[in-house]
Design a binder for this molecule. Sequence first.
Ligand code: G16
Length: 542
Amino acid sequence: MASTDKILEASAKYPKPAERQFQYGTAGFRMKANLLNSVVYRVGLLAALRSKKLNGQTIGVMITASHNPPEDNGVKLVDPMGEMLEASWEQYATQLANAESDDALGKLYNKLLADLKIKEDVPARVIYARDTRASGATLVTCLKDALDATGTEYTDYGYLTTPQLHYLVRCINTKDTQYAYGDISEKGYYEKLAAAFKLAMKGKTTKGAVTVDCANGVGGPKLHELVKHLDGIIDIKIVNDDVLKPETLNSQCGADFVKTQQRAPPSSKVGPNDRCASLDGDADRIIFYFADKDNTFRLLDGDRIATLAASFLADLGRQSGLAEQLKIGVVQTAYANGASTQYIEKSLQLPIICTNTGVKYLHHAAARFDIGVYFEANGHGTVLFSPAALKAIATYDPKSPAQKAALETLQALTELINQTVGDALSDLLLVEAILAHKGWTCQEWLLTYTDLPNRLVKVEVPDRNMFQAVDAERKLAKPDGAQKEIDREVGKFSMGRSFARASGTEDAVRVYAEAATRTEADGLANQVANIVRGFGTVVGGT
Ligand code: G16
């Protein structure tokens, strides 16, 4: 049977839901799981095309909805170096997902083959994994049907965190090259992180335990595995690691809950000043927090991790004698707290780039620096080392014992920090290593600058797509007149800043506001949310 026939035959099992339009968004396709069968099948077709186009390099497919509720699911593609799918291919994913009939799908598949000059006889290779959602098994079947129909070679890695899949994709595609990234196995991932952490911690100890809330997601069992490789040099207490009750995923726990609610998970039993962290459902985000001696909740979010990492790396650059060769920069989004931006510019004196929300945007911007530190405020991020920086760090001849010690720590960090994507487990160890080096508790970390009070609100409107943001999502170009009203409200608040943008992962518009006081930040967020509601309702007609 010709391959298109096989594709059509399998596709008949997965009709596209009528009158639904799909879009490859901030992190792939994401929605209620029961709408996803046809989408995942078609993403499988695209993965095959992408691999063929890249001469049979291995492409990753991750089935996850990360921070979303348990009934959602999603799918995203991973490019050969472990990066997010190249942006220019997102449109093909969207087109395939929206082909109304099997016939239209077959025609589009052949058109893509022709337009993209893809040779059908080149082999296609794919690996895939999923998080712990109940719907994952069905979606894997849809994916496998697409891979079988296209004659793709594939490996099912079962349950993994998203960053673990990114790691494996890079390992496979760099095997036996000068860029070899690691052993192609889950065990290889733990071994790489553990070895690097032990090197980074040489002669240092952490202060007390860190309690890690795993959002009842795949990060729980994987963190247990990682701990086994750490030889007890760090005390990690794991909570919210129940993956047998899928309905508890991200429910009243996890990084998104803690960041948006600005409070610890209600189940938390830690005492004052105890260091805590929360992962999200697929363990690609992490945030830290603690209750101070007055029992006030204190958040140490992605901005804090970025500033901590950037200042530590800048110190290591100076101490090792490599400062001139290691130009460090930080990448943030509009959600970054204004106080963090000011601290990076004024105190750390480092350049900043502001991009749209979405790791794919931050990652590319970070690659412009020798050492690019990128974190979204929600805790998603990592640090990228350029090839030139890696070479300098690997080959520099230290001139003193102090330079040697700093260089060794830098070398360890290049191995510890996941170079493919934000990784909660790698970031956990990075933060712990830095705090150990600085001899800091969370309180000292918090003292580096004072966050402006802020509030994040989710507004449900009939059609979020009518809200079109520009200027790194700091302004609304549409609907007409909305930005003017937002500006007018912002002007009423001392140190006020606010913006609204359509989420790319949830059916909602997000509103962020910060101001001089908590009351003002809440007030501004509510006013802007009302503006969004007003515009959304008028045009949406409900
Ligand atoms: C995904 C993206 C992040 C983004 C988040 C929220 O995270 O990878 O870059 O910040 O969605 O995006 P939005 O505001 O567009 O809904 P995750 O952890 O859910 O995969």
